[in-house]
Design a protein. Structure first.
Length: 266
């Protein structure tokens, strides 16, 4: 029997993590969401008694502390695996290259704030809030979901110059993960930054501008992986991510790995 807590569990990769983990009836799965009434996660919980929906906003320290307290009451104060999957971006500046940011402090901070709040600040508050439970767990694993776009070599080879705030925040997350690993190693706690790959999490029909952007990314990503044809589906990404998490040990703690268990981000 294993226990898992997943932030940002109302959609995308995090929702699929809940789905796959809940398929094992002996698992206890804590789905942390800002809106417990969200249709997808509430529907999943209605058919899986081992899924518990907890209200929690990673950008609000008090909120995530309350979520950790609620989790402790369900799991008797223990937790095996924490997966910090919350993510946010300012879509209005996502396509900006670095030179396009204005000489405007307020505008620049507004562009960076969503990503920093979820990846860096939220990752810090979430980890610290759930750490007492992890310390008492059997597996003692903490995973932060990152992106290959935070890898310097991948950026250089692919030529992807946009997604600045998103990539910078995730790179900060990766460093923060390494710092946690260094601090928590004496306690036997393993910490990992994990990229899920290039995953299709779009809900519904893609508008033309999104398709155009994805085609542009494909051509850039093919500079790194010429055989790449398309995005992978959440089912495949999560299945591979869970394999990497299962294999997480002291030797890999503090690393930044892909869903392939290496630095092949695609």
């Amino acid at each position: 029997m294993s226990s898992y807590a997943i932030t940002g569990a109302s959609k995308g990769i995090a929702l699929e993590l809940v789905r796959q983990l809940a398929a094992t009836p002996t698992n206890t799965v804590l789905a942390i969401v800002r809106n417990p009434e969200s249709h997808a996660i509430s529907s999943l919980a209605s058919t899986h008694p081992n899924v518990h929906i907890l209200k929690g906003d990673v950008t609000d320290p008090q909120s995530i502390l309350e979520a950790a307290s609620a989790a402790a009451r369900i799991t008797d104060g223990k937790l095996d695996v924490l997966i910090h999957c919350s993510n946010a971006v300012d879509m209005s500046t996502m396509a900006y290259n670095p030179t396009q940011f204005p000489f405007d402090p307020a505008a620049t901070r507004a562009a960076f704030e969503p990503s920093l709040s979820t990846a860096v600040y939220g990752g810090l508050w979430t980890t610290n809030a759930f750490l007492p439970l992890i310390e008492k767990g059997a597996q003692k694993k903490i995973v932060h979901i990152s992106t290959g776009m935070a890898d310097l070599d991948f950026t250089r080879k692919s030529g992807v110059s946009y997604g600045v705030a998103y990539s910078v925040a995730k790179a900060g997350m990766n460093v923060q993960v390494a710092k946690y690993a260094a601090e928590l190693e004496p306690k036997g706690i393993k910490v990992l930054a994990l990229s899920p790959g290039w995953v299709d999490t779009w809900e519904g029909e893609k508008p033309p501008q999104v398709i155009e952007g994805l085609n542009k990314m494909l051509k850039e990503f093919q500079k790194v992986e010429p055989e790449l044809k398309e995005q992978i589906q959440p089912e495949e990404s999560v299945r591979k991510c869970l394999q990497v998490i299962d294999q997480l040990d002291a030797e890999r703690s503090g690393l930044f790995l892909s869903h392939n268990g290496n630095t092949n981000w695609l």
